[in-house]
Ligand binder design. Structure first.
Ligand SMILES: Cc1ncc(C[n+]2csc(CCOP(=O)(O)OP(=O)(O)O)c2C)c(N)n1
Ligand SMILES: [Mg+2]
Length: 359
């Protein structure tokens, strides 16, 4: 199916149109219970994101990158993954964490400033978040190479933004993946901006998906506000990776409805009209219309899902805030099993500075 969409022509895979109508041909055929679960995950993600923003404004959270508008990519992709697959995230992936079952309290704890929140619980194959743009891509390729040598039959997924495609790491990673046919699924969350830099200033290519052509493997552009389109593309790409048919690049075309982070003001570089246009394309709204047409959504279901999301979020906040605050040691604790001498010296300096400034 992926190969039927020519990335050079900018054809986008779509399953649901903007009015919530199903389009013939590519529906992944999920059972009703799964469809409702996907919606619940999207609602939880939106609620958890909105809460994070409020906490930041109240001084209870650190700098935070909101992801309103990305829910279809986040939930569609991870809903298609299997337990054994690995995930190498970027910094705007809240819905991935929620869908993969990472405790929200841990995720909040991280953005509250404590790196202990990055420790993935046993049984979840999630790598720590990469803040340096694109650096997770070669790491994901290395992990996929290892999986291939060990014949694990798993896929290794990594996400990154449109801005990351200008980094050397992107090109080195994809080139290597193409040559060695690693079991990778590369997902570019093209939200059309890298902070204030628009996509047109990032690359002269018509699409990001077409970059896969140069590396010798399939690339597909999907409507990133259509959760079933993302799911369908991801399921096929994951299957190809697991079965030894090599990597795929998925470009999910979407929009970040909020600011880049809580220290940004997107109204300085994007128009109100543009934002309003994308609010009409809201991924939750579209999926809700689709579910309603299938008789799977009504007001009572909405209330049930919203109430459950509020409870889920409030529990995570209470749990994260009940934990001890970060200490100076925490800044140094989570990189090496045994701290190298230069870091130990820096930690001693920091402690001396703190105790002196308290005197
Ligand atoms: C190597 C590197 N350069 C610059 C930055 C600063 N920075 C953080 S996010 C960002 C833009 C990323 O844009 P994109 O990849 O499109 O992801 P998005 O934020 O839009 O989700 C930049 C330049 C960084 N974190 N790492
Ligand atoms: Mg971007």
């Amino acid at each position: 199916m992926i190969e039927r969409f020519d990335p050079l022509k900018g054809e986008k895979l779509r399953v649901i149109d903007e009015a919530g109508e199903p389009l013939a041909g590519f529906d992944p055929g999920l059972p009703d219970s799964e469809l409702r679960l996907v919606y619940e995950r999207m609602v939880r993600t939106r609620a958890a994101d909105a809460k994070a923003l409020k906490l930041q404004r109240q001084g209870r959270f650190g700098t935070y990158p909101p992801s309103r508008g990305h829910e279809a990519v986040q939930v569609g992709l991870t809903s298609a993954m299997s337990r054994g697959d690995w995930f190498f995230p970027y910094f705007r992936d809240l819905g991935m964490y929620i869908t993969l079952g990472y405790p929200l309290a841990d995720y909040y704890h991280l953005w509250m400033g404590n790196e202990a929140g990055l420790r993935t619980p046993d049984g979840l194959n999630i790598y720590p978040i990469s803040i340096p743009v694109g650096s997770q891509i070669p790491q994901a390729v290395g992990a996929a190479m290892a999986a291939k040598y060990r014949k694990l039959g798993i896929a290794v997924v990594t996400t990154f933004g449109d801005g990351a495609t200008s980094e050397g790491d992107f090109h080195e990673g994809l080139n290597f993946a193409g040559v060695f046919r690693t079991p990778n699924v590369f997902v570019c969350v093209n939200n059309q901006f890298a902070i204030s830099v628009p996509r047109a200033r990032q690359t002269a290519s018509a699409t990001i998906a077409q970059k896969a052509v140069a590396y010798g493997f399939p690339g597909v552009q999907v409507d990133g506000n259509d959760v079933l389109a993302v799911y369908a593309a991801a399921r096929e790409a994951l299957g190809n990776a697991r079965d030894g048919r090599g990597p795929t690049l998925i470009e999910a075309f979407t929009y970040r409805m909020g600011d880049h982070t809580t220290s940004d003001d997107a109204s300085r570089y994007r128009s109100k009209e543009e934002l309003q246009e994308w609010e009409r394309k809201d991924p939750l709204l579209r999926f809700r219309m689709y579910l309603a047409k299938k008789g799977l959504w009504d007001e009572a279901f909405e209330k049930e899902v919203q109430d459950a999301a509020t409870l889920f979020v409030e529990k995570a906040v209470a749990e994260a805030e009940a934990r001890p605050s970060a200490t100076p040691d925490d800044i140094f604790a989570y990189t090496y099993a045994v701290m190298p001498p230069d870091l130990a010296a820096q930690l001693a300096d920091l402690k001396a500075f703190i105790s002196e400034s308290r005197r």
